[in-house]
Design a protein around this ligand. Structure first.
Ligand code: HEC
Ligand code: HEC
Length: 239
């Protein structure tokens, strides 16, 4: 949190000198901290009512569901997501630079048809919804649950893995700025997402932070984390 705070201060300082994003174009370079925060600061105010209509009209609902609760394990749920993250992610797909894996093709196409205002409206709409509930539950043994819970809350000092909870919130409800909510996401979707970081086919994360964490995690750890977060928020009350 301390690190994030200082990054934030740094970012706020550089907003004053930023002009690259003034026209709302996608940049060719990977995000920098200052660039991203300037971009988020320039995010239009989202109109959730218009976002709800766009979700239907643009066919988003055909995959992501009416309220952003995905209809199948093939698609991420977008309900309850932080507006900043949704907005940024739609830009990342539209730019075609940051997400280079095959699963992103449909999103690259559809996001290219959205204006910045559309993106903000859709983001605002999903943010009004409650976090999704994973439709398929993956069970964890008590040992695996405890180890995963430790990783989430304490991280792993030896491998320099920062606790997931310190950024994503203690219940996976999302953190500051673009740090996404990850609770209630389907385990299969979650795992795929982590693997795109691990294999570095997704380059949307500032400072490659998620890529570095994911690279150090074993596939078993990733699967367990996926199951753990799919259980949230139920897992919070698990003895
Ligand atoms: C044909 C199905 C389909 C349609 C239609 C579609 N999406 Fe997606 N969407 C996907 C898939 C698949 C992914 C995951 C892609 C990946 O692996 O990066 C995704 C990812 C996303 C994400 C990132 C979620 C996350 O947690 O990382 C957002 C946000 C999103 N879509 C919003 C939209 C919006 C808004 C629309 C309508 C304008 C839309 N999608 C239309 C299939 C679809
Ligand atoms: C230093 C803060 C930080 C830590 C620690 C962190 N994350 Fe993240 N995580 C982020 C940010 C910021 C993003 C969004 C990056 C982007 O835009 O690509 C993200 C993205 C993700 C995503 C993608 C969500 C989606 O919808 O596609 C998953 C899954 C995830 N993190 C899981 C984890 C897990 C599991 C851990 C612990 C092992 C962890 N994170 C640790 C900051 C962090």
């Amino acid at each position: 949190m301390k690190q994030q705070f200082s990054l934030l201060v740094l970012a706020m300082g550089s907003i004053l000198t930023m002009s690259v994003f003034a026209e709302g174009h996608h940049v060719a370079e990977p995000w920098t901290v200052s660039g991203l925060h300037a971009n988020l600061a320039a995010m239009p105010v989202g109109d959730a009512v218009r976002g709800e209509k766009l979700n239907i009209d643009m066919m988003c609902a055909s995959c992501h569901g009416d309220g952003g609760q995905a209809l199948s394990r093939n698609w991420p749920s977008t309900a309850g997501q932080r507006a900043e993250y949704t907005y940024k992610t739609l830009q990342d797909y539209a730019s075609g630079r940051f997400v280079k894996h095959q699963g992103a093709d449909a999103m690259a196409a559809v996001s290219g048809m959205l204006s910045q205002q559309d993106m903000a409206d859709l983001a605002g709409y999903y943010a009004t919804k409650a976090l999704p509930v994973a439709t398929v539950q993956v069970s964890l043994s008590d040992d695996a649950y405890r180890q995963t819970d430790y990783l989430v809350r304490q991280g792993d000092v030896k491998r320099l893995i920062t606790p997931c909870a310190s950024c994503h919130g203690t219940k996976g409800e999302g953190g500051i700025n673009e740090t996404p909510a990850i609770a209630g996401q389907d385990a299969y979707v979650f795992e795929r997402s982590m693997q795109t970081y691990k294999q570095a086919t997704r380059e949307s994360d500032v400072h490659a932070a998620m890529r570095q964490f994911a690279k150090k995690l074993t596939d078993t750890e990733i699967n367990n984390l996926a199951a753990y977060y799919a259980m949230q928020p139920k897992a919070v009350t698990k003895p």
